[in-house]
Design a protein around this ligand. Structure first.
Ligand SMILES: [Fe+2]
Ligand SMILES: [Fe+2]
Length: 385
C-alpha cells in the first residue's frame, strides 16, 4: 500500500507548507498542454443496447438537450449590491471567521466594506472554478469517447461532450456579462485535472471526473441552487444539475460492471486515486486565491482553516460536498475492498458518515428537466386551484 507521501507528495494530509507550495505557475499562459498517455480504442461490436442502463441514459440524453443561449433568462439584470445584501452570512456562526476576526488574526480589521467585497470575490472565484472545471469535464469526456471500449458508452459520452460544452459556455457568459472578475484555475484542481488526463487507463478518467469531480460538483450546484435568490443563476444551476446527475450516473453504471472484475491490487490503485482526488478537492476549497486578492495573510488564514474546518471537522458545508461521492464509492466497492482502506481514509477526512446516503446511479430522473416541467405545471395548477 502506498503512503501519503507517495500518493499526495506529503506525509501529513494537513501539512500547511506543502499545501501552500502548490500554486498556479502558469497563470499567464493562454493554452495548457497535458500529455495524454491513453490509447484511442475502436470497437467493431456495434450492438446497441448491449449495456441497457447506458443505452437508456443515452436515449434520455438525446431528449434532454437545452440551449444555453435561448433557454436561460439572460435579460435578467444582476444587481451585485443586491446579491451582497441577500447573501446568507453570519460570520459569528462560522468558527473559522470567529477565530479569524480576533485581535491579531488575519481578518481582525475587516469591516462591512471588506465583508461585502469578500462576497463578490467569493462568487467570482466560485463561478470561475466551475467554468474551468467544466472545461476539464469537456476534455475528459472527449477522452472517454476515445478510450472506452463499449459502443453504448461511446454513444453516451458523446452526448456528455455536448452537455459540457454548454456548461462551459453558460458559466463563461455569466462571468463575463453579470459578474466583475475572473480567477485562474485553482492549482489543486489543476493538478487533479492533469493527473486524470495523463492516466493511460480508461476507467481512471471516469473515476476522477464522473465520480469525484462531478460528484462534488453535483452537491455544490445543489447548494448554490438552494441558497441563491438571483433568478438567472438559480435556473442556470438547475439546468446544469439536470445534466450532471446523468453524468455521475454514467460513471457509476460504467464502473460498477468493470470494478467487479478487478483484482485487489488493481482496486487498491483506484482507492488511492479516489483518496488523492478527495484531498485535492478539499484543498481547493481553502480558496487561497481569494485571500490573496483580498490582501489577507494567506498563510495564517489557511492555517486557521486547517485547524477548524479540517481538523475539527466543524464545517458541515465542506463535509456535505462529499455527500454524493462517498455513497457512490461504496456502491463501486471502493470503500470496502482491501480491508476498507478508503473507508479508513474517508473516516480520517470526516466524510464517511455519508456512506449510506442515496447513491447517484438513478436519481437523474428526479433532477431531469422533464421532471422540472412537471413540478412547475403542478405548482401552477395548485395556484389556479
Ligand atoms: Fe458539466
Ligand atoms: Fe458533467
Amino acid at each position: 500500500m502506498s503512503t501519503n507521501e507517495e500518493i499526495l507528495g506529503r506525509a501529513d494530509v494537513n501539512d500547511l507548507e506543502a499545501i501552500l507550495s502548490i500554486t498556479s505557475k502558469d497563470v499567464t499562459e493562454m493554452v495548457h498542454a497535458v500529455k495524454d498517455n491513453a490509447d484511442a480504442i475502436f470497437t467493431w461490436n456495434y450492438e446497441k443496447g448491449e449495456r441497457p442502463a447506458l443505452n437508456k441514459l443515452y436515449e434520455k440524453a438525446k431528449n434532454a438537450q437545452w440551449n444555453g443561449e435561448t433557454d436561460l433568462p439572460w435579460d435578467t439584470v444582476v444587481d451585485l449590491e443586491k446579491v451582497v445584501a441577500n447573501a446568507p452570512r453570519d460570520p459569528e456562526a462560522d468558527p473559522v471567521f470567529v477565530a479569524a476576526t480576533q485581535p491579531g488574526a488575519p481578518l481582525h480589521n475587516w469591516g462591512q466594506k471588506e465583508w461585502d467585497r469578500f462576497i463578490i470575490e467569493s462568487q467570482n472565484w466560485t463561478m470561475s472554478q466551475f467554468m474551468h472545471g467544466e472545461q476539464g469535464a469537456l476534455v475528459c469526456t472527449a477522452k472517454i469517447v476515445e478510450t472506452v471500449p463499449w459502443i453504448d458508452a461511446k454513444y453516451y459520452a458523446s452526448t456528455q461532450v455536448m452537455d459540457e460544452a454548454r456548461h462551459v459556455e453558460v458559466f463563461a457568459k455569466y462571468l463575463d456579462t453579470k459578474l466583475d472578475g475572473h480567477y485562474p484555475l485553482n492549482a489543486h484542481l489543476g493538478m487533479l485535472r492533469d493527473d486524470i488526463i495523463a492516466d493511460s487507463r480508461w476507467d481512471m478518467t471516469y473515476l476522477g471526473m464522473q465520480i469525484m469531480v462531478e460528484g462534488l460538483a453535483l452537491a455544490a450546484f445543489g447548494f448554490m441552487h438552494m441558497l441563491t435568490e438571483e433568478p438567472l443563476v438559480k435556473q442556470l444551476f438547475r439546468y446544469v444539475m439536470s445534466d450532471e446527475a446523468r453524468h455521475v450516473a454514467f460513471g457509476v453504471l460504467s464502473l460498477k460492471e468493470y470494478y467487479g472484475e478487478l483484482t485487489d491490487a488493481e482496486m487498491l490503485e483506484r482507492q488511492e486515486f479516489a483518496f488523492e482526488a478527495a484531498v485535492r478537492m478539499r484543498d481547493r476549497f481553502l480558496q487561497q486565491e481569494v485571500w490573496e486578492r483580498m490582501g489577507v495573510d494567506v498563510r495564517s488564514m489557511i492555517k486557521l482553516q486547517l485547524e477548524h474546518e479540517v481538523n475539527k471537522n466543524d464545517d458541515p458545508f465542506q463535509q456535505l460536498l462529499f455527500s454524493k461521492i462517498v455513497p457512490n464509492c461504496k456502491k463501486l466497492g471502493l470503500l470496502d475492498r482491501n480491508d476498507g482502506w478508503l473507508r479508513t481514509k474517508f473516516g480520517e477526512m470526516g466524510v464517511i458518515q455519508f456512506e449510506d446516503w442515496v447513491d447517484t446511479g438513478s436519481d437523474y430522473d428526479t433532477l431531469s428537466l422533464e421532471n422540472l416541467a412537471k413540478e412547475a405545471s403542478s405548482a401552477a395548477g395548485a395556484e389556479v386551484a
